[in-house]
Design a protein around this ligand. Structure first.
Ligand code: HEM
Ligand code: HEM
Length: 175
């Protein structure tokens, strides 16, 4: 089933959710640069893909936003006293998924580093700093920490539904 229904998420929503969750987890490994200045296996093999994977995530989140807009009438809706909290939580996750790559790109361009994605030089290196871009880009790191906290809360909520409330919340996204 490609489309969402009121009781379960369809194939495209699930594919986008799990593929992006995996790629975002990969992006969080950039925090590993804080350990021994990134001089370890993760820092040397996975982190160099940070900018390319971030560029891919920007394309995916734009597609996902359009897809979610098209599916919003027919997908599972939060109910009960926590409905507003669930909506706000999912809204903030969407905001982070969009703002992370945007702020990352602003950081690179603002510092004059240019932008190279999967070997393609999209913007040439200038070496010239652009103040406003660099300032907005400096939000990348604080946003990353907020995003990590939101994702941990989101996973805890999913596991709580599954193991404590024993309802279908995880199954409708998981299979
Ligand atoms: C969803 C996409 C992204 C996520 C989840 C993400 C996540 C992160 C995380 C967790 C850090 C470490 C922050 C810290 O140590 O405080 C980081 C740093 C960084 N990211 Fe991203 N990132 C994303 C996309 C991008 C993109 C598209 C670019 C560039 C085009 C980028 C460029 C950078 C740079 C340059 C740093 C180092 C910043 C610094 O040391 O101040 N990121 N990112
Ligand atoms: C980076 C990681 C993740 C992000 C950004 C994320 C984001 C989201 C978003 C925005 C939704 C709302 C539905 C949609 O529009 O797709 C959602 C739903 C859901 N996610 Fe995640 N997710 C992540 C990881 C996970 C993980 C690891 C689990 C399982 C442990 C999980 C379980 C669920 C479940 C069960 C739903 C359905 C909730 C409902 O219908 O109320 N997610 N996720």
């Amino acid at each position: 089933m490609v489309n969402d229904t009121a009781h379960r998420y369809g194939g495209i929503t699930r594919l986008l959710h799990w593929a992006m969750a995996l790629l975002i987890a990969l992006q969080f490994l950039k925090l590993g640069d804080r350990i021994n200045d990134g001089e370890h296996w993760i820092g040397q093999t996975l982190v160099p893909w940070h900018i390319s994977v971030g560029g891919l995530l920007l394309v995916l989140i734009v597609l996902r936003l359009f897809w979610a807009r098209g599916q919003r009438q027919q997908r599972p809706q939060p109910v009960g006293p926590t409905a507003l909290l669930v909506k706000a939580g999912h809204g903030l996750l969407y905001a982070c998924m969009l703002l992370m790559p945007v702020s990352g790109i602003l950081l690179m361009l603002g510092k004059g580093y240019g932008l190279k994605v999967f070997g393609v030089q999209l913007v040439a290196k200038t070496g010239v700093e652009t103040g406003w871009m660099a300032s907005l880009g400096s939000l990348h790191s604080p946003l990353a920490w907020l995003f990590v906290a939101l994702v941990l809360g989101h996973i805890a909520a999913a596991l709580f539904h599954h193991f404590v409330q024993k309802d279908d919340t995880l199954k409708r996204m998981g299979g």
